[in-house]
Design a protein around this ligand. Structure first.
Ligand code: NAD
Length: 441
């Protein structure tokens, strides 16, 4: 078993640390946020991720997992260091802000005195890994013995444990000039997945970095494609959900990620496609990605369309309307509200004069911190009490299973607006509700 460190214990890092320990490795998680480290050490996950708390606790108790704020300790502890810090969008620019990944190198490398590998997992612009390698070797007494490899992460929030323990593929980018022992060490660390015949792709640094942004760009494009079809369906009085089913039966197209609705958000897809466009520009290859600007535009237009649809239902004015918004997280099974379409729409509705009450099963604290001026309820029933319309903006299972009978007598107006096309229109119409979805009549 290997001694590993995980640098940055946010969504990605906390999951990776717990799962590496679950695989039997001895893990030290490091973050600059002392409060987060104290919570994790105490067995508490500072965000919502199914199963993570049990895995975390089990491994802390077994003595395989602990947390610290010390880079000196990290350098002394392991020979494999996973870099998992954030790469957010720069303020006022499309490009990624690389200050956190750079600071990990600056803080760790000077303490490393012998052979070690830093595996970058954060999503970075192509070319970053090679640059970080130069920086690390220059700063470290270990010099050439310190390797930087790239191991992009494909986990999905809400399925993070399964995705980390049983990934659908593993990608390792190695510096072609100095191959070193990064591949061999990665094979040892991921031995369980490799024994299960998980595809293992060993490539150069640039390809490994590109794999991640290419995958996210493809997914974003697929979502925006069906949302563009939703715009056409709205114009032509057609139904995008039937259209998606019909084209999805073609195995070359596939039905997954073809749900028309409010579009994508969160801490990854929007900033990743923008950083990709910015990087393509630097590489004089911007033409290759101009389509991503349209992908972004289609996506953002869905939020505006949702607000317009709500206004239409209220005959052109939202002033005085009481709205129940179900959902605040950017997607179900997560409490992440970064660039959440649901909260964005809720905020716009409020600015147009509606009084908006939000309920989400897990994202209430994060939502309140980001949008303190919205009203928040502690249940679906409380949010819907006295509402003139109910908007479903994140497709939590609990909302998908809502029955009109659950809300009868609570709401003032029987109007339901389905921002995720996750309700059965017939069921709601039959119960006497006005049902409106995105891209369907
Ligand atoms: P996050 O904001 O949840 O976590 C980042 C963490 O890094 C924070 O805890 C922060 O305190 C810490 N940090 C900042 N500077 C540090 C430093 N110098 N040393 C140690 N810790 C430091 O972000 P995240 O969602 O976990 O994303 C991390 C990276 O992984 C991003 O590049 C993201 O694009 C990528 N990624 C995320 C997901 C996901 O689902 N969240 C999936 C795949 C890839």
């Amino acid at each position: 078993m290997t001694k590993v460190t995980v640098l940055g214990t946010g969504y990605l890092g906390a999951t990776h640390a717990a799962c590496m320990a679950e695989l039997g490795h001895e893990v030290l998680g490091v973050d600059v946020d002392a409060g987060k480290i104290a919570k994790l050490q105490d067995g508490q996950v500072p965000f919502f991720e199914p199963e993570l708390e049990e895995v975390l606790r089990r491994n802390i108790e077994a003595g395989r997992l602990r947390f610290s704020t010390s880079y000196r300790e990290a350098a002394a502890w392991g020979t494999a260091h996973f870099l998992c810090v954030g790469t957010p969008q720069k303020r006022g620019e499309y490009a990624a802000d690389l200050r956190y990944v750079e600071s990990v190198i600056d803080e760790l490398a000077p303490h490393i005195t012998g052979p070690a590998v830093i595996y970058g997992k954060s999503t970075v612009p192509v070319g970053t890994a090679a640059r970080l390698g130069d920086r690390a070797r220059a700063l470290s007494p270990a010099g050439e013995q310190l390797e930087v490899a790239w191991n992009p992460e494909f986990l999905r929030e809400g399925f993070a444990i399964g995705d980390t323990l049983r990934p659908d593929r593993l990608v390792i980018g190695i510096d072609p000039v100095r191959p070193g022992r990064a591949e061999q060490l990665a094979r040892e660390i991921y031995a369980t997945a490799l024994a299960a015949e998980t595809p293992f792709l060993v490539t150069d640094l640039a390809t490994a970095e590109l794999v991640k942004v290419a995958a996210n760009s493809f997914l974003a494009t697929k979502i925006s494609f069906i949302n563009a079809m939703a715009e056409l369906c709205e114009a032509a009085d057609a139904d995008v959900t039937v259209l998606a089913d019909a084209i999805g039966y073609d195995a070359r197209i596939g039905r997954r990620f073809l749900n028309a609705g409010l579009g994508f958000g969160g801490g990854c897809l929007p900033k990743d496609i923008r950083a990709f466009m910015a990087r393509a520009g630097e590489l004089h290859a911007h033409q290759a990605l101009t389509f991503l600007r349209e992908v972004d535009n289609v996506n953002m237009r869905r939020r505006t369309r949702m607000v317009e649809l709500t206004r239409e239902v209220f005959d052109g004015s939202l002033i005085g309307a009481r709205l129940a918004v179900l959902g605040a997280a950017f997607k179900p099974d997560s409490d992440d509200v970064r660039d959440s379409p649901a909260l964005n729409v809720a905020g716009q509705l409020q600015l147009q004069g509606a009084s908006v009450t939000v309920y989400d099963p897990h994202a209430m604290d994060n939502a309140r911190a980001l949008f303190p001026t919205l009203d928040y309820a502690t249940s679906v029933a409380e949010a819907c009490k006295g509402a003139d319309a109910v908007l479903v903006l994140t497709e939590w299972q609990q909302f998908r299973e809502l029955d009109p009978a659950d809300l009868t007598g609570l709401v003032r107006g029987n109007r339901v607006l389905d921002g995720r096309n996750c309700l059965d229109p017939q069921l709601w119409s039959a119960a006497g509700w006005t049902y409106r979805g995105l891209g369907r009549h």
